[in-house]
Design a protein around this ligand. Structure first.
Ligand SMILES: C[S@@+](CC[C@H](N)C(=O)[O-])C[C@H]1O[C@@H](n2cnc3c(N)ncnc32)[C@H](O)[C@@H]1O
Length: 211
């Protein structure tokens, strides 16, 4: 998906992917990462997800990355948060209590900006991207993350048209193809729901670095 597509979605308020509640999989399965709570967590393609607030409430420092300035402004306004504007190599954004929210292209995020990342929370990030971009996204994550970083990935499989999206259908086999050379992958849970009027299977994966 090109940047213009996402900017248009945010401008027109077509953000049906945004959840009004904390993601249930996050609450149920985040403890499986076995973190102390004070670690830094990367939330790529973060939108204005409330899940960042929940993660911060657990004690984590959050690094959110989002193309749309409007998404970040709505996140702050809707949650009555005040923040300082910042500029970090290729990104503008905001600094606030326990959070750095970078506005820019995830693919510009550097390993130096991720030195302290212990975990990644991906909900509706991988599945927001078409096939070629998913390959680039997975490889970029692998390149920028420290060697101990884990990933909690909430994925969705639905329909039989691989070009329909976002969200795109990302089969379990593709998750293994994209990340299996760098991570040990475990399916933690799955649940049946609906996407675009079709049956959809949401799956939660825990990715731990191969040692
Ligand atoms: C489907 S939404 C998911 C947002 C969030 N993860 C959630 O669960 O609500 C995908 C988000 O990724 C952002 N995005 C798309 N491509 C991006 C990129 N290359 N860099 C940063 N953000 C991007 C879009 O603006 C959009 O807000």
């Amino acid at each position: 998906m090109q940047a213009d597509f996402w900017h248009a979605m945010w401008q027109s308020g077509q953000v049906g992917f945004h959840q009004p509640d904390i993601n249930a999989f996050l609450k149920d399965y985040w403890p499986m990462l076995g973190l102390e709570g004070s670690e830094e967590v990367l939330v790529p393609l973060c939108g204005k997800t409330l899940d960042m607030l929940w993660l911060a409430q657990q004690g984590h420092d959050i690094l959110g990355v989002e193309l749309s300035q409007k998404a970040l402004d709505e996140f702050l306004a809707e949650n009555q948060l005040t923040a300082q504007p910042v500029a970090h190599h290729a990104f503008c954004g905001y600094e606030l209590n326990k959070m750095t929210l970078l506005c820019g292209d995830f693919f510009d995020l550097s390993p130096e900006q991720c030195t302290h990342i212990a975990a990644v929370y991906d909900r509706a990030a991988l599945v927001a991207l078409p096939s070629k971009m998913r390959q680039r996204y997975a490889q970029h994550l692998i390149n920028i993350l420290p060697s101990h970083a884990q990933i909690l990935l909430v994925n969705v499989e639905y329909g039989d048209d691989p070009n329909m999206g976002p969200p795109f259908c990302v089969p379990e086999a593709e998750v293994f193809e994209l990340f299996g050379h760098a991570f040990k992958i475990e399916v933690l849970a799955q649940s049946l729901g609906q996407r675009k009027g079709m049956k959809a299977l949401e799956k939660v994966f825990l990715l731990k670095r191969n040692s």
